[in-house]
Design a protein around this ligand. Sequence first.
Ligand code: MEV
Length: 467
Amino acid sequence: MTIKISAPGKLLLLGDHAVVYDYPCIVTAVDKRLYVEAEITDKKEDEIISPQVKESRFVLESIAHFKEKFKINKSVRITTKGDFSHSVGLGSSSAVTVATYKALNELFRTDLTNKQIFDLSYQVNLEVQGVGSGFDIAAATYGGTLYFLTGGKKIESLPTENLPLVVGYSGIKADTPFYVRKVAEAFRTKKDAMHRLFSQIATLVESAKKEISQKNYSKLGKLMTQNHRLLQELGVSTPKLDEMVDVTIKAGAYGAKLSGAGGGDCMIALVSPEKRKAVEQAIVNAGGEVIVVDNHAEGVRIETTDDQNEIFVVVDHDNNIINYNTRYECHHDKNLIHRATGVVLFNQKGEVLLQKRSRFKDKHPNLYTISASGHVGKGETALECAKRELFEEIGVRTELKFLKQFIAERSTETEMDFLYTGKYEGPFKINETEVEEVRFVPKNEIRNYLPKLAPLAVESFKRLNLI
Ligand code: MEV
């Protein structure tokens, strides 16, 4: 079984550097994601297929820690893919660590909570990188927009939405640990002055927290610009970043600042819709590159293993074939009626076999459904499909009886369903990619499952007079 997980990158909105010294920051997750695929292999060694050497170090450490913690001696293959360019400081190492932990957690069913995934990933990041407050790990884990205190002592989700940001890349890849150490050196010699500066930043962060929640962007922009001025004082900005910040404010942004460790990487500007174009142009004119990303993105998540390019049979209301379309197209267009089948198995006691759909399904993950179901493929009859699904999903071969054909119109798709019944006692061979579990349920108890039933189960059980 292959597990696919993704985790988002991040942008630090306010509180950069201060957050290393027990002051708060605000971070938002961005919709550029890092993907990790994981599977158990029979090889002697773990295998890491990663285009970035830097990332593979984080993967390697995560695997080692995980295996030690749970006393696992099986080998795994981890493959990583990134949505974002690695030169831009959007946080690929934190995303890859969190995604690897989540993937191993799903693969070995170790029931780690998000808080545990955060703690374990933070530990790995500290070991590999030596420094860091962990805000990037929190963004990768929880997603959204977070008020964060060093090491995750406080992680609060802010009630907001995609903030109207323009992101500019300076073209210079910055070395985060270098700048964090540079600030640490200054901290050793000028502790009081540094604390004063960090307190000023923290005050801005507290105000920003309020303004973000109230969507008061003109005030929020001003706070960001003030934060940038303090980062200049700290000595982490560069002439290029300063110029990009200044030209975006001149072009009408509410405010702007560098984002992250400084020394290059990115800056962000908060804009109204009317000024967005002008601000983007100003960044380009100053020699920067506009990075198009949305923020307030979802945290680490399971990605479906269902092939979105699988070909389905599309029919008219009389079941005449009119086209062949992909799974994705059929699931996003109610006009594409596509053939599907369902099987309901009964045992000798007359109990019904319920299937719990796997957590990896693109539609209705973790809901209960009929014994087996699936989509008719090109060149396949409905009966062939029903038999194939029954065997692929739960390892059953048995006689099937045709019961009903019906059109099921749902919120985003329309199916032409062919329903079959059969008799079977067991045993079952569960395909974990498709199915969590199966169980026989007495007919009069089916009703209790109603809130947890997938649409096809509701439609089928109604036709069988079971609900
Ligand atoms: C780096 O992206 C942000 C810093 O605040 C370091 C950290 O919080 O880990 C400079």
